[in-house]
Design a protein. Structure first.
Length: 212
């Protein structure tokens, strides 16, 4: 039914003309953002939309690749975490009585989140007598956050495809979950909440009808 409609995509071209990266989404309703590719390649040099979290044992920074987007766009999300010396957090797999490092978003705007953390290191923890997967030092991960598609205009035949998202200022709520431990002590699992502002832009209106 949709044959002939092109897939939306972006290319990242190097100064010498080489294609460094490309990103295509197999759905005309979903659009990749240029900031997604830039954040994957340029990291902290991208002026995105960030929030910082600080505790006694770690500092975390969650970054969205843009502060504004359209409904149906896929943007990048990055997590950068620094653990103080002597502390670690758990990765997966881990027994159910421990909390693995996890980043989640809870917002009606978010359709999907994909964030692949680096592989943790199995370490024998003498204090508990177990070999567990842990992170220490610096942890960095980049993934994607898909914003729900919205009909470009109010129309009965489009209602079945999704609810309309009005343009304006929104807040995306997130939670960083982890359990920090050292050789001497182990803290209780933590779930730190944060909020990132995001501007939803208005779509391009349909072309006006030409006079007969």
């Amino acid at each position: 039914m949709l044959y002939g409609i092109p897939w939306p995509g972006n290319y990242l071209i190097a100064p010498d003309g080489r294609v460094q990266d490309k990103l295509f989404l197999p759905d005309y309703q979903l659009r990749p953002s240029a900031g997604e590719i830039l954040l994957r390649h340029c990291g902290d040099t991208v002026s995105g939309n960030a929030v910082e979290i600080t505790t006694d044992v770690l500092q975390a920074k969650v970054t969205l690749s843009t502060a504004r987007c359209f409904p149906g766009q896929e943007i990048a999300v990055a997590l950068k975490l620094h653990l103080n010396p002597g502390w670690h957090v758990y990765g997966t797999p881990v027994p159910t009585n421990y909390q693995a490092l996890e980043l989640v978003f809870d917002s009606p705007l978010v359709e999907a989140l994909s964030l692949k953390l680096p592989f943790p290191t199995p370490v024998l923890l003498k204090a508990v007598g177990e070999t567990l997967s842990v992170y220490n030092g610096e942890i960095q991960a980049v993934g994607t956050l898909r914003i729900k598609w919205s009909p470009p205009m109010p129309a009965p035949f489009l209602e079945a495809l999704g609810a309309r998202i009005e343009p304006g200022k929104y807040t995306i709520n997130g939670t960083l979950r982890f359990q920090a431990c050292s050789e001497e002590s182990c803290e209780a699992p933590q779930a730190l909440t944060f909020a990132v502002p995001l501007q939803i832009e208005a779509g391009i209106p349909p072309a006006p009808k030409q006079p007969a």
